[in-house]
Design a protein around this ligand. Sequence first.
Ligand code: NAD
Length: 271
Amino acid sequence: SDVPHLTLNNGVQIPQLGFGVWQVPPDQAAESVRLALDAGYRHIDTAAAYGNEEGVGQAIRDSGVAREDVFVTTKLWNADHGRAGEAFDVSLRKLGLDYVDLYLIHWPRPDQDRYVEAYRAMEKKLSEGRARAIGVSNFHQPHLEKLLENTDVVPAVNQIELHPGFPQEELRAFNAQHGILTEAWSPLGQGKGLLEDPQLTKIAGEVGRTPAQTVLRWHIQLGNIVFPKSVTPSRIRENLEVFDFELTDDQMAAISALPGGRIGANPETAT
Ligand code: NAD
């Protein structure tokens, strides 16, 4: 596959498509990541909260792929905003790696209001070379504004729920204005209603692709970073094959207008 790289605001390169491992059980994580690396994925998105960092790291270390050729993201859990440095070290130890490529605050938890403190500790890991880039996830504009006012390093990415039916146009624009790349979580809408939508199925037929590939292509053309999740070998391969066709402007607009809405937690209230 020929996954393009995007350039983060600090010059680090990130493969635009990767492999997400939320809800991949710990005892299946190594096998799934091995399949993904074999298929050609070179970007893995995990989190302390997913409970599978050990398996992810094991697969990377055993893969034979050079460490510098795999982009690894993990995330700080909500309970650890007051001890981000220690939590980061635990994640590195579980992964069995010397550094991660990207470390994110998983949720802003405005009720705790400790994300500035957490980010300060992450800036230190960045300066020590333990993280090649740092950023946030599930941050709304007010959370980003507060972070930008009170810290030194502009987040490299904001990883947010984003899929047809929940295209997040305003937040994407705000990210872009500040040099923050948008990562789209649950890019396939968790595979539920979206992939059977008749309008989507029709467009998929027009381009001769599966609905999942059509949705992933929509993300790629918008400039989003994506990491669809699957534990099914054929789907793991299928989700990577989205760089040899194009959607027209009309097809893009029709997919953007599909019905839907938020399916995950609301960042204002998520705990
Ligand atoms: P997703 O949108 O990637 O959907 C995954 C599901 O879609 C699979 O379980 C499967 O049922 C189905 N599917 C996958 N490929 C398919 C195919 N080719 N054909 C048909 N069905 C297919 O959902 P996700 O796992 O929620 O999101 C992807 C990744 O985003 C996660 O693994 C995780 O890394 C990240 N994420 C981050 C947050 C956050 O708060 N930062 C939250 C949710 C997810």
